[in-house]
Design a binder for this molecule. Sequence first.
Ligand SMILES: [Mg+2]
Length: 381
Amino acid sequence: MKIVHAQIYPLSIPLLEPIKMSGETVSFANTILLRLKNNLGRTGWGEASAAPLMTGETLESLLANVKFLASNLKDFNWDNPDEYGRQLGKLLYANSSAKSCVEMALLDLHTQEKGIPLWQYLRMKRGCTEASMPKPLPLLRMLGGSIEKEIADAKKFHDEGYRHWKIKVGLLSVDDDLNRAENLCNLLKGDTISVDANGAMRLEDAIRFCTSPKSRQLSFAEQLISSNLPLSDFLELKKRSEIPIGLDESVHGVKEIERFIAAGVLDGSSLKLIKTGGLLSALDCSDLLEKHGLKINLACKVAETSVSAAATAALGFAINGLPWGFSMSNQYLKFDVCDSPLRAKQGHLEYEQLGSVGLGVEPDIDILRESLTKSFPSIEC
Ligand SMILES: [Mg+2]
């Protein structure tokens, strides 16, 4: 397969409401969509969002690097997905989000050519039979805002079938966050409830949080301390904590996971395609975590559209279970780029919601044109 044309759409899509995290407040999805055309007339789609605090890539650098990669794709054959990582690595060092965006579009094309859905291709790579069907993915909902709003949202979305939750912490005092966590755990008893500090807590605060009776009902605490801290701090937290510890910003690939497993500092990890550099390396990460009995949370960056949601879901359908849930972030967008966006059904996403070949969703070009960021035009290469 050869690539004959690429079009890049840098988008800015407003969120339904701003999402406050300890290090940033996200009001717009700053995301890039890539459309590749192959020599057989098919179209494939990829997406990656800017995540300066997670991958070091801004919208500007992401756009420049997707453009650089897309401009050089024509020189290669793209028949073997197992070679994609090496081929992209020959063009550009690091820059995992840009590579994930390109790999997604290439895999969309490859699986369309094979006449199978992307999720099935990934499942078969994991050793599942063609006939085996995946279970619905449990969607995770973020809770934030005022305490009254958190409680109202928790009730509303629980009624809609959601059973997985994430409470963003680290902006308030440890005591305030503990009270929020306890109240929400009492309200949502029996559900899978987590907190995520995006690395904002000091080690002593994180230990106090994880040893308090008020956090005892939590299913896990994600990235309480900064990924810049030494491994000994993570070990101290894991040893002292009375609830499971998840990592997110600390984990970008297999090598880091191996290091953290050897050190015994985690009970599970959040996987995002922009961190791992794409689906195939995320599949390797999930394999490693599962082999060691560690839990997986699958997540899109806040916020990405149905394109990234479909790709991340394809990985979810290839994994044997997501006890820590799937954070599908298009649910926070004011509008999506696909005519039929992926939506929760009873708090879950089913494989039947994706199309029968490839990625299984297709953006509407008119919506893409209307959603272009004011700073950059669409780029053809
Ligand atoms: Mg996180």
